[in-house]
Design a protein around this ligand. Structure first.
Ligand SMILES: NC(=O)c1ccc[n+]([C@@H]2O[C@H](COP(=O)([O-])OP(=O)(O)OC[C@H]3O[C@@H](n4cnc5c(N)ncnc54)[C@H](OP(=O)(O)O)[C@@H]3O)[C@@H](O)[C@H]2O)c1
Length: 276
């Protein structure tokens, strides 16, 4: 792993290069918490007169974060677009707003998250899509495809999806979305999302060679990824009890051994801005 001092050094150089850091249009999904919040906080101080579209569930919950970001860089313009990011209809609606308002997008960052548990949880769209697949793969791919026309207009377009780059594995080709509950499980859900993401980005990169598509694995980061888990309705009392123990242990280990979201954010910003 690159030394943290090399990361911060490169970020500082980008922050002092007005030919690169001025007037960028950035779209962030999954930045109202966790690694995304750390990434946006690190990035806003490096840019001049940037526009940020932040896609998330609640404008009122974003208010405090917005004030903090605006105080860090008063030249920012932040547009919050409310969206339930697990729904393709919401992704399409916010994409349309960005397409209507902008001529280009320079940075697209995505880390909307869901940790898979052993049973699928379906989204409200009724297509039999599991929530974790929806948040971590389908919504990100749809947002990327929708915004391609604007990314193509950027001098230096970057797309980063923070998930599990490097954790790809052989897939069940006849059920790539693990829509058959008997195929669903923690390990296949993680590896399928990783593999689908990498293959999709490779496919997009073939057609748009000037766009840099990146799939990153962040390592352990002390976020609320485990703390926010809730047991599926189908679990009985014993299942819910065991689940609570698992959640407590996993969340505690993440807090103890994970790097901070701000440190991870600096690393995400490095891959978004450096030439390496
Ligand atoms: N943390 C780690 O140690 C770790 C390790 C390996 C890989 N990863 C991967 O890195 C990515 C980011 O993880 P993280 O730890 O930053 O996750 P996190 O702390 O749980 O943050 C999740 C973000 O996604 C948003 N989100 C979740 N469900 C949403 C929904 N239905 N609609 C709209 N937004 C939604 C949350 O918004 P709200 O504020 O509305 O909740 C929040 O901004 C994930 O894909 C994860 O699998 C993380």
């Amino acid at each position: 792993m690159l030394k943290f001092s090399a990361v911060t050094g490169a970020n500082s150089r980008f922050a002092s290069d007005n030919s690169q850091n001025t007037g960028l249009v950035c779209v962030f999904a999954g930045a109202t918490g966790g690694i995304g919040a750390g990434t946006i906080e690190r990035l806003v101080v490096m840019l001049q007169s940037a526009t940020f579209y932040v896609l998330g569930r609640s404008a009122s919950r974003f208010a405090a974060q917005r004030s903090k970001l605006e105080s860090l860089n008063p030249s920012l313009k932040i547009v919050f677009l409310e969206a339930e990011l697990s729904l393709i209809a919401d992704i399409d609606a916010v994409s349309k707003k960005i397409l209507d308002a902008e001529k280009r997008v320079d940075i697209l960052y995505m880390s909307q998250a869901c940790f898979p548990i052993n049973v699928p949880q379906y989204t409200k769209e009724g297509m039999g899509i599991d929530l974790c697949f929806a948040l971590q793969f389908y919504s990100r791919l749809r947002l990327t495809s929708n915004l391609l026309p604007l990314l193509r207009n950027s001098q230096r377009p970057r797309v980063l999806t923070v998930l599990s780059g490097g954790k790809e594995a052989k897939m069940l080709d006849e059920d790539i979305g693990l829509q058959n509950p008997q195929n669903y499980g923690l390990a296949p859900a993680i590896s399928h999302c990783a593999t689908l993401t990498t293959l999709s980005l490779e496919y997009l990169a073939e057609n748009d060679k000037q766009i840099t598509f990146m799939h990153n694995y962040p390592g352990l980061v002390s976020t609320d990824l485990f703390a926010r888990l809730s047991a599926p309705e189908s679990f009985g009392i014993l299942g819910k009890g065991l689940f609570a123990v698992f959640r407590f242990v996993a969340a505690t280990l993440l807090k103890l051994f994970g790097q901070s979201p701000l440190d991870s954010g600096a690393r995400q910003v490095f891959v978004l801005t450096s030439d390496k």
